[in-house]
Every structure is written in structure tokens, then in C-alpha cells.
Design a protein. Sequence first.
Length: 148
Amino acid sequence: MLTNLTFDGHTAALAWIGLAILATVGEWGITNFIFIFVAAAAFLAALLAWMGLRMSIQVTAFAACSWILPVLLRAELMRRFGGRGVPSRTDRLLGLVGEVTRRIEPSQAGGRIVVSGQDWAAQSAQVIEVGEPVTVIAADGIVLDVRR
């Protein structure tokens, strides 16, 4: 059991620092903002080991920080630094102008437009006739929302 291990403070501190370095390298490879918290918790445990506190205190602090830090901080870090993920095929079409190739009616599906050289299903809150230019304002899956 971990409470019976006999590390001196410096050996335990080096072991915790080693774990922190491995976790940091893991975070660089995966970038999911989990391993960085393991690294922070390991650095805290290393500090406690250097201060000469018992291994049970080090392990408890490590476990608590490894759990509490992600709960408190991960969502905010993902929001700030996580990026948008994989962009949708339709994201690049927002704001572009296309041409209606099949009449768009609010009450019926089946409207079509050509935008950026590609044919897309389209919908609108207003009737738009064939040949009229439209601007892509949003996307609902693979159906583009357009307006005149």
C-alpha cells in the first residue's frame, strides 16, 4: 500500500516531478486538458514531498487535485483554448451569395441553390424564385438557410 512506502522527501519529490513531466508530455500529444491537471497535481505532491510530509498526504493531495481541478477549470480552458473542433462543410459557405435553381418556399422542402459551384438544399422564411441571388445566413445540417 502507498502509505507504507519509505521514500525520503527528495526521492518522492523526484518521482512526482517525473510523473508531472510525463503528464505534460501527454498533454502536448493529446491536448484534451486532462493531463495538464495531473501534472499540476503531481507538482503539488512533489512540493509536499519536498516539505517532508507523509506519502499518504501526498497521495491524497494528488488525488484530490487530479479530480477537483478538471471539474473546476476544464470547461473554461476548453472554451478559451480548445478551438471549435472539426469545422462543418457548410461553415465556409456562410455569407456567400448563391443563385436559386429550384424555387424556395417556406412551407415546402425542396428548394435548391448553387453556391460556390455546388448544389445545396435551401430553405427560407420567404418565397424566392429561380434565378434570384441569395445569401447564406446559416445552416441546419446540410440544408442552407438563405435570404434575398
